[in-house]
Design a protein around this ligand. Structure first.
Ligand code: NAD
Length: 283
């Protein structure tokens, strides 16, 4: 089995991005800036944003955190997003999810200007992506594509089974794999016989949130396995794939941690740089 090492790949891509930022700074006189809006103290979110801050530092990007109390009002959040939309130093912003239930997530995401939508979650960015127009792609699916590219994996003609249909992972990753000429099956919580769809797959993307749900008997020998799942058990991170059981059967596999997670952050850095590049060129 070849390990799809997200950590090592992300480090390499981040090094390359750092050089591009140094070059861009010489030309445009400023560095890109990513702003993160965090509501409350969700432990997983705190850990994710620390990863994003570290990555910004590594690539030489400015990072600004707006940490708001759990009971912040919709109006206050809207005012902050409006302010960041207008701030010429802000190239990309993200609203760290999940946010508390009293807030309207959809309208807040759609309030972010699309030229600052570093996560690619805005309805217009998503619409552009689904229509194969120029768009910022959601970071996790984009990070998975970057990882496949790094290992020269061409999915053309492959049977791809995606487990999970969320707007941020499962559904967009299906679109991106279809763009690369894979044949797509999307499974979800109402799928009757999951094994029937995974056994036939040359590549499986597991994005569910159920620890070790993809078992050895569910995969075909030599398959490519991308484990997106992050499940916290006793302070340990466990994927959706039974890594130990599959490792002698499959062809390629991502670990958890150090697989899709670092690639997601690398894609976010890349997205922010693209937004910055458009800003400095249109200034
Ligand atoms: P989600 O809860 O929005 O979606 C989960 C999907 O899994 C749903 O579409 C649901 O229908 C499907 N599902 C649930 N139970 C199932 C079952 N038994 N069989 C088949 N399908 C089932 O989650 P999400 O936001 O897409 O995230 C999925 C996982 O990926 C989570 O563990 C999350 O923490 C992780 N994640 C990781 C990264 C990363 O950077 N590595 C990024 C985003 C999400």
């Amino acid at each position: 089995m070849i390990l799809l090492d997200g950590k090592e790949t992300a480090n390499r891509l981040n090094e390359q991005l750092k050089l591009r930022i140094i070059d861009a700074y010489k030309t445009y006189g400023r560095i890109p800036e990513l702003d993160v809006i965090l509501v409350g103290d969700h432990p997983a979110s705190l850990s994710y944003i620390r990863g994003k801050e570290r990555a910004c530092k590594k690539v030489g990007m400015a990072y600004r955190l707006h940490h708001l109390k759990t009971d912040v009002s919709q109006k206050e959040l809207e005012a902050l997003i409006d302010q960041l939309n207008e701030d010429v130093n802000v190239d990309g912003m993200i609203l760290q999810l999940p946010i508390p239930k009293h807030l309207d997530e959809v309208s807040l995401i759609d309030r972010i200007r699309i030229d600052k939508d570093a996560d690619g979650f805005h309805v217009i960015n998503q619409g552009n992506m689904y229509q194969k127009r120029k768009a910022i792609h959601p970071a996790t699916p984009q990070g998975i594509m970057m990882l496949l590219d790094a290992y020269d994996i061409d999915v053309k003609g492959m049977n791809a089974t995606i487990i999970g249909r969320s707007n941020i992972v499962g559904f967009p990753v299906a679109r991106l794999l279809m763009d690369r000429n894979a044949t797509i099956t999307v499974c979800h919580s109402k799928t009757k016989d999951l094994s029937e769809h995974t056994k036939n797959a040359d590549i499986i993307i597991a994005a569910v949130g159920v620890p070790r749900m993809l078992k050895k008997e569910m995969v075909k020998p030599g398959a490519i396995i991308i484990d997106v799942g992050i499940n916290r058990i006793d302070d340990k991170l466990i994927g959706d794939v039974d890594f130990e059981a599959l490792k002698d059967v499959v062809g390629y596999m991502t670990p958890v941690p150090k697989g899709v997670g670092p690639m997601t952050i690398s894609a976010l850095m890349d997205n922010t740089f693209s937004l910055y590049f458009a800003h400095v060129n249109n200034a």
